[in-house]
Design a protein around this ligand. Sequence first.
Ligand SMILES: [Zn+2]
Length: 247
Amino acid sequence: MLRMYNYHRTPFEIILQNIFNILEKYEAKFTFSIVASIAKQDLIENIMKSGHEIASHSLYHVKHKGLPFETQLHYISKSLELLSNYGANVKGFRAPYNSYDANTFRCLNKLNFTYDAGVRREESYRKILQPFHLIVDDGESRFVSFPVFNISDESLDELPQQIVLEKFLEHINNLPENGLSVLQLHPIRIGQKKYLSFLDKLVSHITTIGYEVPTLTEVVNKKCTMPAICLTGDIDCLSFNDYLKRI
Ligand SMILES: [Zn+2]
């Protein structure tokens, strides 16, 4: 909690601007999954005018696994409604706490999502380096799921930056020629002044070796070449107050 308090001492607009400044240098794109109940018009406009993508992180930051289908459908469809009222064209979803069950996937099918960017850190998913379809009720999902690297920026709270950077670079360097990986980088952390050089070195490396950094929708629409690295991150709280309400 103390860590979150410290992170939120930097206004969220500054955090985002710090991230945008680095991405712009490398023409890199970012996909932000946003909890719709905390979203604000200026946040959405700011992200869209900088050319980045907005996905749904549901209506509230609650675990979806085990919730009734109707409840999940309400949360996810309401998030779409709110985000689109602010002008976002939402195609993708990521569940809070990466907490999914079969009903979550049924909702994504029903609501015509293009993709799910849930974090699949389990061993069985680690070898998947292409977007893939899940099986939902004995059929292929209409949406695609993205493979997400199992190490995230959360490691920065525990390990020296250089060590975390090396883990990311090793993963990136080992991607096959047509491979794709989605990195999970929380804006509240990587937009902090002390982590900006980490973000800069990471994106610089990706682009220096010739990989594209597209949005997830650009990957689905085949508007990029492979290998590609997608940068994604959740926006769950805009202030420490939002964080307190959540716990
Ligand atoms: Zn989250």
